[in-house]
Design a protein around this ligand. Structure first.
Ligand SMILES: NC(=O)c1ccc[n+]([C@@H]2O[C@H](COP(=O)([O-])OP(=O)(O)OC[C@H]3O[C@@H](n4cnc5c(N)ncnc54)[C@H](OP(=O)(O)O)[C@@H]3O)[C@@H](O)[C@H]2O)c1
Length: 331
């Protein structure tokens, strides 16, 4: 191999992100320097935050056209100039959309080969940790409570929902389309699912949760957040995990109608978090998540797209709701 195939973030989207915003590029094969390792990428995570990185500064610097598209991945060490990692090791890291990368060994996370690779990016990776800490530490669901999760058929949403079910809650998810709703109630054991694309979200939520909502795990913002705030119970918790309904927006949406009104009258705690806030406790979470998966109590839904050439389509498809569970591309 002499060529390193890459995807360049070529043009800033004005609205929906699509394949036209990326360009393929053949770069020379990188050589690892002192203390570095050469990694062959095997699986690349597709994440909604990629679109937010193009729009402006988030918890990381804004992506600029001309840069290699950023992204988290899993790969195999093929050469090493460090005693921290050796050829054959399975590692994860910030690889970007490219087939090979030379990185300082200290920036690589050694992964356990006993686990399925797709689970290392999904239920046992950032996705699972986000769901775990967001639901249990921020949402704090109690047995018998009602938990609503938006983006429930997605990577974080379907794990967060199943964790709430394990905590003894009634779990309701929102997603786009009847097929995905049936998948949530049929395959994943949700108590109910709401098709937010069918409209009437306030009415649907009132019918399914007449008792109100105690924890709302918000992956989407937008109209589902508005409807959820109107149905929150006293001392409810709103877990602000993400805002995918706004990532492609050209003008920022107004704030949710229930803020501050409902927050005050119902004493609601509305709290944002970033998974890295909890990273020092990740080993406890990973062990529990792995145990639940092994015992069959947690279904780690994964959606794998084959082929590095399909990276841009995979990202665009995520915003059209094509994925069920964790979306990743096999390189
Ligand atoms: N706070 C953190 O540390 C952290 C970490 C990771 C991820 N996140 C956030 O968690 C959320 C879920 O991420 P994920 O990786 O699990 O992605 P995902 O849910 O697997 O994929 C995104 C899903 O969002 C739905 N969607 C797309 N456009 C939408 C819109 N306009 N309105 C409502 N829903 C829309 C689609 O499903 P439908 O068919 O249901 O529309 C799509 O499948 C994102 O907001 C992400 O930014 C936060």
């Amino acid at each position: 191999m002499t060529v390193n195939k890459q995807w360049i973030y070529a043009r800033k989207p004005n609205g929906e992100v699509g394949p036209e915003h990326f360009e393929p590029h053949d770069a020379p094969m990188p050589e690892p320097g002192p203390g570095e390792a050469l990694v062959r990428t095997t699986l690349l995570s597709i994440d909604p935050a990629s679109r937010a990185w193009m729009a402006g500064r988030t918890y990381r610097a804004q992506l600029e056209p001309g840069e290699i598209m950023a992204g988290w991945g899993l790969g195999e060490v093929v050469k090493s100039n460090s005693d921290r990692v050796a050829p054959g090791d399975l590692v994860s890291g910030e690889f970007g959309w490219q087939q090979f990368i030379a990185l300082p060994a200290g920036k690589l996370i050694k992964e356990n080969k006993a686990h399925k690779p797709e689970h290392l990016l999904g239920v046992l990776g950032i996705t699972g940790l986000t769901a775990y800490f967001g639901m249990l530490d921020v949402g704090r669901p109690q047995p018998g409570e009602t938990v609503l999760v938006s983006g429930a058929a997605g990577a974080v949403g379907c794990i967060a929902s199943q964790i709430a079910k394990l905590a003894g809650c009634k779990v309701v998810g929102t997603t786009g389309g009847a097929d995905k709703c049936n998948w949530l109630t049929g395959e994943l054991g949700f108590d109910a699912a709401i098709d937010y694309k069918a409209g009437g979200i306030h009415r649907q939520l009132k019918a399914i949760c007449p008792e109100g909502v105690d924890v709302y795990f918000d992956n989407t913002g937008g109209e589902v957040l508005d409807a959820a705030l109107a149905r929150m119970n006293l001392f409810g918790r709103v877990v602000c995990c993400g805002n995918i309904s706004q990532y492609n927006a050209t003008t920022p949406a107004g704030g949710p109608a229930g803020v501050p009104g409902f927050l005050v009258t119902k004493r609601i705690r509305m709290e944002g978090f970033v998974v890295m806030d909890f990273y020092n406790r990740r080993h406890v979470a990973e062990a529990r998540l792995a145990k639940w998966v092994a015992e069959g109590k947690l279904k780690p839904a994964v959606d794998i797209v084959e082929g590095f050439e399909n990276m841009p389509e995979a990202l665009a498809g995520m915003f059209q709701g094509k994925n069920r569970g964790k979306l990743a591309v096999r390189v």
